[in-house]
Design a binder for this molecule. Structure first.
Ligand SMILES: Nc1ncnc2c1ncn2[C@@H]1O[C@H](COP(=O)(O)OP(=O)(O)OP(=O)(O)O)[C@@H](O)[C@H]1O
Ligand SMILES: [Mg+2]
Length: 367
């Protein structure tokens, strides 16, 4: 049974942005690569925003990367998005697939448990036994569907797949055909125009199954890095927060100074130096924008449900704890040093920073 869209916690991109995609399509006069639902320019507008159609920006930071990704998808090769966790690799692949193919639902979730059935095809065993191999008994993988329909298939966390699965992709990307020996040559599936693969891989996972150089050659690699511009990161956090709180019909006061504290802390610890170039020890914890958004959201929920509706430095401090402690005890020491050497000074001049310092200290049972 089809689940109603409104009941899904997170509908797919083509559903969430159906209006935007329809508006772009209606006005689209740009050049469409074969098999694409929209022109490359319209896809770019969808992802980077376009005020003419009141389309808001979805991916922040590196516009040139998005353009290179579009070119990669027009080419013979696949697109491989690599980077630290939480840098919007999956989000970008979903948006690209939704805009280019009209669906982002052809996905293989990479893991050590992925088998050939997931990237080639499997069988409905009841039918197979009853009738022998037939088209009816064949269960296509998302990759096979994408080839047949000329769509984009996304392979999440590709480096977690076993090497033999990665090898299957090599032949698909080079030959653009998938044979079904059980059904004879006529049953081979040839990739229709528009077919491509977007893989994502987390740099921290690499090495689990290092990609072979043969597969690497068949992908255009793009590295997605955390947002370096604090103003863009603030804008993104605000936008994401408004969206999440709006969906739950929650309203809070979230002062700019508090967002600034959150972004400053993340950027300092992520880079291992403050804005004034004071060096610090970098924690190993993932300090991505996605984590910052989660902290802002949790802080807002706490303020709304357990406080007076105004988010302060103390809320951020309490939530930060969860991000840091998750990884290791060494990190706690590094954050303590950050508090002692950097935050203390800021706390002298600002209430928001002193509340922040107080709550991080209290949680760690420190001074
Ligand atoms: N540059 C960015 N532009 C827009 N959103 C971003 C950006 N960086 C991070 N985000 C936020 O991060 C969220 C989740 O990112 P996503 O899950 O796509 O990351 P990922 O790189 O696939 O991470 P992982 O490696 O852990 O799978 C996005 O929904 C968005 O809120
Ligand atoms: Mg991901």
């Amino acid at each position: 049974m089809q689940q109603q869209d409104s009941l899904r916690l997170r509908p797919s991109a083509e559903v969430r942005f159906a209006e935007e995609l329809a508006a772009l399509k209606a006005a689209d006069q740009g050049r469409k690569p074969p098999g694409w639902a929209l022109s490359a320019k319209a896809v770019r507008s969808f992802i980077l925003g376009d005020s003419r159609f009141s389309i808001r920006r979805k991916f922040f930071g590196d516009d040139a990367l998005v353009e290179r990704a579009l070119v990669a998808l027009m080419s013979e090769q696949g697109l491989m998005l690599v980077g630290e966790p939480g840098t919007a690799k999956s989000m970008l692949s979903e948006l690209l697939a939704a805009a280019i193919s009209g669906t982002s639902m052809l996905v293989v979730q990479g893991s050590t448990g992925v088998t050939e059935d997931h990237v080639r095809y499997g069988w409905n065993y009841a039918l197979l036994i009853a009738e022998g191999p037939s088209q009816r008994a064949l269960v296509p993988s998302p990759v096979m569907e994408a080839m047949r329909l000329g769509r984009i298939v996304r392979i999440e966390e590709l480096t977690r797949c076993p090497p033999e699965i990665q090898d299957v992709l090599i032949s698909i990307l080079s030959e653009k055909v998938m044979a079904v020996p059980e059904l004879g040559e006529a049953a081979s599936v040839y990739a229709a125009p528009g077919f491509s693969i977007i893989g994502t891989a987390n740099l921290r996972d690499r090495g689990v199954h290092e990609m072979s150089s043969a597969l690497k050659r068949r992908f255009n690699f793009e590295t997605v890095v955390p947002l370096a511009d604090p103003n863009l990161e603030m804008e993104l956090i605000r936008q994401e927060l408004d969206k999440r709180l709006g969906q739950a019909a929650i309203s809070v006061t979230f002062p700019d100074e508090v967002t600034d504290l959150l972004v400053t802390t993340f950027q300092d610890l992520r880079r291992g130096q403050t804005r004034d170039h004071v060096p610090l020890s970098k924690p190993s914890a993932v300090m991505s924008t996605a984590e910052a958004v989660n902290i802002a959201h949790a802080a807002a929920l706490e303020a709304a449900y357990l406080g007076d509706g105004t988010v302060g430095g103390a809320h951020i401090g309490r939530q930060l704890q969860g991000v840091i402690v998750k990884d290791n005890a060494e990190d706690v020491k590094k954050v303590r040093a950050y508090l002692d050497h950097i935050v203390k000074e800021r706390a002298r001049r600002s209430r928001v920073w002193s509340d922040f310092m107080g709550s991080v200290n209290a949680l760690k049972g420190g001074s």
